[in-house]
Design a protein around this ligand. Structure first.
Ligand code: CTP
Length: 479
């Protein structure tokens, strides 16, 4: 214990007082532990997740608190894990009974049994997460720090309470947590712990993908995700979790022609985009925008390195990757796929003379995601050639200007065709048939090409013309 350190200020909410009273009635000790204590000491904005460890029955403690404190939610009990959870105000409280592990002489499998606070602290991931605050009224707010957690907080070090081989082997997700905390807090992973992560990286395979993705999401939510992504790579974890990314590593040279290293480029793009957006799925799109480049890479002696169709293939790969990692297969994956598949469109427009029709098609295809696509494409500029960078940015500014003009004039976002199928059928006295689709398509194409404005009258005239060219006869003309 660190003598003399008290953090009563962290325990001002009435929930802690009631908890303490309830624990006394049940005749058990209880402590606040983990992220809440760590973040309080780091002065990080107040964590709303509060972990409580009881020396005794954690579930009974949660139930007693819920009964004594008006406004508490029902208690969710996870019997298999011996844990319970409840909500109070904007906080989530998680309860666990302190446990220890003992090894039977001839068995490699630990037996988990009730233990003391320090037994429980032993079993935690990092010394900075093993800090506990007492809720005993005679020792209110005392900081219990058996592993120099305070010292490691001020040295900004991630160190395991036990031999790291044991800590990481107990729960291999902790390897990801180490990297996530290093990225979030700017801490250094202790050398022995780092070596152990590298030794055990392959054990990440036994962890549920959802838990791994949670950690990746937290890395992606930091101001500089490349820190964590690079550590994942160096540890050998990235290769097992996102091999599509490590496949982008390396620079090849043939006949004096090189391509850029698309892995390190991707990391730069993710950092760039993190300066301009907090949207998690847009950051994912940045992370995956080039994954189609590894399988499409070719060398053509006439034009050099090519990655033809990488955006399209990349979009398909996104779906497989989301599925493998049990990520949401709803509008989120569609959004990421769409951005990946369209990720080269604005730059292609910007590199050339910026035509109205190209911009119109971009607005039409990207629709509500146009702003995000432009953000991605601007983040994609990682050239170190100042002249080139200036030129690209200027061209993007031109694209943006044209977008505004085209939008004001043509209203193409969430495009609704000015003529619908019912009107085509009525005009030509026909029932449902492929003609409807052909006529609608030619109207849409003419609008996108700028041949006619996005207006009813012009579209109507084109419908008649196109219908006649298809051998139809207008019998009912209303306009
Ligand atoms: N813990 C652990 N091993 C894990 C996960 C959690 O030892 N694989 C312990 C740590 O003591 C941790 C506490 O359980 O502090 C609570 O875990 P959790 O709520 O997942 O994380 P926090 O540390 O609170 O941090 P954050 O909220 O940033 O995830």
């Amino acid at each position: 214990m660190s003598p003399g350190i008290y953090c009563a200020e962290a325990l001002q909410n009435d929930v802690f007082k009631t908890l303490s009273q309830v624990a006394q009635k049940l005749d058990l000790e209880c402590y606040v532990i983990g992220g809440y204590v760590r973040d309080y000491l780091l002065k990080r904005s107040g964590s709303k997740d509060i972990d409580i460890v009881a020396v005794g029955d954690g579930i009974a403690l949660a139930q007693a608190l819920a009964a004594a404190l008006p406004g508490c939610s029902e208690v969710s009990v996870f019997k298999n894990y011996g844990t319970a959870m409840l909500q109070y105000q904007d906080m989530t409280l998680e309860f666990v009974g302190a446990r220890k592990e003992s090894y039977a002489q001839h068995s490699r499998n630990p037996k988990v049994s009730p233990g003391s606070l320090s037994d429980d602290q032993n079993r935690r991931d990092f010394t900075i997460n093993a800090l506990a605050l007492s809720l005993d009224p005679n020792n209110w707010g005392a900081l219990l720090d058996p592993f120099k957690g305070m010292e490691h907080l001020s040295d900004q070090k991630l160190i395991t309470p036990l031999d790291p081989q044991i800590t990481f082997s107990d729960d291999p997700l902790r390897m990801m947590r180490a990297i996530r905390f290093a990225t979030q807090l700017g801490f250094t992973i202790d050398e022995k712990a780092w070596q152990s992560i590298k030794d055990q990286a392959s054990r990440i395979k036994i962890i549920a993908p959802e838990r791994i993705v949670d950690e990746i999401n937290k890395i992606l939510a930091t101001p500089k995700p490349s820190i964590g992504l690079a550590l994942m790579y160096e540890a050998g974890l990235l290769d097992m979790i996102l091999p599509e990314l490590t496949a982008l590593l390396g620079v090849e040279e043939i006949e004096g022609q090189k391509h850029k290293d698309n892995f390190w480029h991707t990391l730069e793009v993710v950092d760039n985009i993190s300066l301009t957006t907090d949207k998690l799925w847009l950051r994912w799109a940045a992370l995956l925008h080039d994954i189609g480049k590894a399988p499409t890479k070719r060398f053509d002696p006439k034009i050099g390195w090519t990655f033809h169709g990488h955006e399209f293939l990349g979009g398909k790969m996104v779906h497989k990757l989301f599925k493998r990692l049990h990520m949401p297969l709803n509008e989120k994956v569609k959004y990421v796929q769409k951005l990946v598949a369209m990720s080269s469109r604005p730059i292609i427009i910007a590199e050339d003379f910026v035509t109205d029709s190209a911009v119109r098609r971009l607005v039409f295809d990207a629709s509500d995601d146009l702003e995000d696509l432009m953000t991605l494409c601007e983040a994609d500029i990682t050239t170190k050639n100042a002249k080139k960078q200036k030129r690209y940015l200027q061209n993007f500014a031109t694209v943006r200007q044209k977008i505004v003009e085209v939008e004001q004039r043509d209203h193409l976002r969430n495009f609704q065709p000015p003529i619908d199928g019912a009107e085509i059928m009525k005009t030509f006295g026909i029932g449902p048939s492929p003609f409807i689709g052909q006529i609608k398509e030619s109207i849409k194409e003419a609008i996108l090409e700028g041949e006619i404005p996005n207006e009813k009258e012009a579209a109507h005239a084109l419908m008649i013309k196109k219908g006649i060219s298809l051998g139809l006869t207008p019998i009912h003309i209303t306009l």
